[in-house]
Design a protein around this ligand. Structure first.
Ligand SMILES: *[C@@H]1O[C@H](CO)[C@@H](O)[C@H](O)[C@H]1NC(C)=O
Ligand SMILES: *[C@@H]1O[C@H](CO)[C@@H](O)[C@H](O)[C@H]1NC(C)=O
Ligand SMILES: *[C@@H]1O[C@H](CO)[C@@H](O)[C@H](O)[C@H]1NC(C)=O
Ligand SMILES: *[C@@H]1O[C@H](CO)[C@@H](O)[C@H](O)[C@H]1NC(C)=O
Ligand SMILES: *[C@@H]1O[C@H](CO)[C@@H](O)[C@H](O)[C@H]1NC(C)=O
Ligand SMILES: *[C@@H]1O[C@H](CO)[C@@H](O)[C@H](O)[C@H]1NC(C)=O
Ligand SMILES: *[C@@H]1O[C@H](CO)[C@@H](O)[C@H](O)[C@H]1NC(C)=O
Length: 375
């Protein structure tokens, strides 16, 4: 990765109102580096969505993840797009490759029919602007663009990939503020969700529309969108035993959960909830959230041979608003690396207990995953 564009030069072209948005441009080659890498785990004042590891050697991964899950209860539709700067040996389930810039897309039609496609880029460019970014994976037909148009800005994923026969756009209008594992998007934050695993959540929830043509068939739906990035200077299996991650929209709340078990048995968590563009909780305090499998194969901690659970139970404190008890149930699996990984779309039902002990029932949608990497 080469950081180009001096600030003085860029100030001239990125003046917004009375102040300047610092915009850094990173050019990332597709060839694997043999040099030692360096990863950043403490946040800067801006640059939440910027690259965090360089160079990408055989131990490194740093990727940008986007998804949309339909909010229509009768639809199975979802879309997931991942832009990687990663060694195939640093993340599980990748075919061996000397290329570091794959783009992967998983699409599920309303009736449950699924499509997966992967393509490689020749080079990538990431432009970090404030806490958001744009990215172009050259030659892949996939890019994303952040536009600082209205108050909260917006993201578009642009796809024109004839090899995969996918064309169109996915739009994200933010509806929840960005955060790090332990707090809001500010400088000096710890960015480790677990040992040596960085995580930054630029878009915990968004009003999203998917508008694609896939092999001549229209895939178009609206739903709850999401974008984050994660990274490490070491292979994932060097630090992770298992994790549960997911995001959902329930009642007036946007929620994101992370419950992470390190190899030595220490549990790390990250709890997030927002309402009306305000953060209610963004915490990695032990006990701020608890996620446990339910139904079949609900042994905790999960092992490689445990099998996939039917759902999860989540307890999430909302500070002065009370606390949520949620049941997440798997409706349809949308990606898997058997037997170590599953990603699913599901329903969330829950009860909010307010501080005054009133109880309110609510329901919504979620997209979530689990890793189990040890036996
Ligand atoms: C990657 O490997 C292929 C053969 O498998 C080779 O043709 C190509 O030059 C290699 N690319 C790089 C960047 O080393
Ligand atoms: C990548 O760089 C790190 C230094 O952060 C080093 O520990 C590691 O051995 C390197 N990996 C490879 C495969 O060269
Ligand atoms: C972020 O902060 C670190 C020091 O904490 C500094 O080395 C680095 O250059 C900063 N990155 C950017 C993009 O400003
Ligand atoms: C599901 O929808 C897709 C896309 O519209 C269509 O191609 C496929 O035939 C449908 N499958 C079934 C079983 O109806
Ligand atoms: C990165 O995060 C995304 C979404 O949170 C998740 O799907 C993926 O498994 C994570 N990957 C790694 C290697 O951390
Ligand atoms: C696991 O490692 C962490 C970080 O080094 C340490 O704080 C914790 O005490 C360890 N836990 C156990 C059970 O050894
Ligand atoms: C969650 O599931 C458990 C066990 O099936 C059930 O007892 C509880 O009432 C459910 N809670 C909600 C909020 O749906």
């Amino acid at each position: 990765m080469i950081l180009i564009g001096s600030r003085s030069l860029l100030l001239a072209s990125f003046v917004v109102f009375a102040w300047a948005t610092v915009s850094n441009i990173y050019h990332i080659p597709s060839a694997l580096s043999n040099a030692p890498n360096h990863a950043q785990f403490t946040s800067n004042n801006t640059g939440l969505d910027a690259p965090k590891v360089h160079p990408i050697n055989a131990s490194a991964f740093d990727w940008w993840y986007f998804d949309v899950v339909s909010t229509d209860p009768a639809s199975f539709a979802s879309a997931v797009v991942v832009f990687y700067t990663a060694s195939s040996t640093a993340i599980p389930g990748q075919a061996p490759s000397n290329m570091t810039l794959p783009v992967q897309i998983w699409l599920t039609f309303p009736n449950g029919t699924q499509i997966f496609a992967q393509t490689q880029a020749d080079a990538a460019t990431v432009t970090a602007e404030g806490d958001f970014s744009s990215g172009d994976w050259h030659g892949s037909g996939f890019s994303w663009q952040y536009a600082q148009d209205s108050g909260t800005g917006s993201f578009n994923i642009l796809i024109d990939a004839p090899d995969s026969q996918i064309k169109g756009t996915i739009n994200f209008q933010p509806r929840a503020p960005a955060h790090y594992p332990c707090g809001p998007a500010q400088g000096g934050q710890n960015m480790e969700v677990g040992p040596q695993i960085g995580w930054a959540n630029a878009l915990p929830d968004a009003v999203s529309t998917v508008d694609l043509i896939v092999s001549g068939t229209k895939l178009s739906f609206s739903g709850a969108g999401y974008h984050d990035k994660n990274w490490s200077d070491q292979p994932l299996i060097s630090n992770l035993a298992s994790w549960y991650w997911g995001h959902g929209r329930i009642g007036p709340y946007s929620i994101v959960w992370f419950d992470f078990l390190a190899l030595n048995g220490t549990e790390y968590v990250s709890a997030y909830a927002s309402k009306g563009h305000s953060i209610l909780v963004a915490s990695c305090e032990p006990g701020s959230i608890r996620v446990r499998p339910t139904g079949q194969n609900s042994m905790y901690p999960p092992h490689i041979s445990t099998g996939d659970p039917s759902g999860y139970h989540i307890t999430l404190g909302l500070g002065t608003e009370g606390s949520l008890e949620l049941n997440v149930s798997v409706e349809v699996q949308i990606a898997a690396i058997p037997p170590i990984y599953t990603r699913s779309k599901g329903r969330v039902t829950g009860v909010l207990t307010t501080v005054g002990r009133e109880v309110e029932e609510m329901a919504g949608v979620a997209l979530f995953e689990q890793f189990a990497l040890t036996e």
